[in-house]
Design a protein around this ligand. Structure first.
Ligand SMILES: NC(=O)c1ccc[n+]([C@@H]2O[C@H](COP(=O)([O-])OP(=O)(O)OC[C@H]3O[C@@H](n4cnc5c(N)ncnc54)[C@H](OP(=O)(O)O)[C@@H]3O)[C@@H](O)[C@H]2O)c1
Length: 237
């Protein structure tokens, strides 16, 4: 699929995986709109990418902006939504566990109010995460949310076929601004969290964005999850 002249809307497009996706889309000639709560964080962006402020948890704001931007050819959301809870389920703070689902509610808003504004032949792409299908210790919240994202993706893919396609991309450990620690602490964190992967390093945002571009461009895929995870799914728990 030739992306030149296509309109792409990327929630979470101002950082990490979303920003890398915007850069690839714009590089392929798409008109790109990147949205997040504080879009200035994206810094200087090349021509072809404009930014808007929008919180994906605010369904009225999401509906309004998606109606304004309609018709949309390519709809992507990578927005993390809010905080994530870590730790064993039997010791879990339940407010923290529930809050982790802000990612799902944000994605749900984007899909619910975005699908009708996606033009025929267009696509929606969501980003889940490797813990959805191989949960490591302490990742029950990530796993639950990621699993729900993938289940929603498959359910909606059936509803909207064949008019539009819906897919997910599932990253493993990716070096993005989501992790705040810097320097040797950051290196050590990535070393520890990836040492049992088949490819023992953190991935790059660009490597995940390439998976997103694949499902956008390939007109014969819908309802699938593309794993860009360094072999996370095959590693020992
Ligand atoms: N990095 C990893 O290792 C990894 C692994 C597995 C899955 N993932 C998933 O990949 C996706 C992207 O992660 P990333 O690493 O690229 O994170 P990131 O660099 O922190 O980027 C997250 C983006 O989401 C936006 N965002 C967060 N909450 C939002 C909200 N409520 N409304 C609108 N925008 C919001 C942020 O901008 P604002 O703060 O300005 O809103 C930012 O643009 C996430 O869904 C994450 O769960 C990441």
């Amino acid at each position: 699929m030739d992306l030149s002249g296509k309109k792409a809307v990327v929630f979470g497009g101002t950082s990490g995986i979303g920003l890398a996706t915007c850069l690839l889309l714009a590089g392929d000639g798409a008109e790109v709109i990147a949205l997040s709560r504080k879009p200035d964080k994206a810094g200087g962006l090349p021509n072809g990418i404009t930014t808007y402020a929008c919180d994906v948890r605010d369904h009225k704001a999401v509906e309004t902006i998606l109606n304004e931007l309609s018709p949309i050819d390519i709809l992507v959301t990578t927005a993390t939504g809010g905080k994530r809870a870590y730790g064993p389920f039997l010791e879990m703070d339940m407010d923290g566990y529930k809050a982790s689902f802000d990612k799902l509610w944000g994605y749900a808003n984007v899909v619910r109010f975005g699908a009708k504004n996606v033009s025929d032949g267009g696509s929606i792409t969501l980003v889940s995460g490797a813990p959805a299908r191989n949960c490591q210790p302490g990742q029950v919240a990530l796993s639950s949310v990621g699993g729900a994202v993938e289940a929603m993706m498959r359910a909606v893919a059936r509803e909207v076929a064949p008019r539009i396609r819906v897919n997910a991309v599932s990253p493993g450990t990716i070096d993005t601004p989501m992790v705040l620690v810097q320097g040797t602490e950051r290196q050590e964190l990535y070393r520890k969290t990836t040492k049992n992967n088949l490819i023992p390093r953190a991935g790059t945002a660009d490597e995940v964005a390439q998976g997103i571009i694949f499902v956008i461009k390939n007109k014969f895929v819908t309802g699938i999850t593309v794993d860009v995870d360094g072999g996370w799914l095959l590693r020992e728990p």
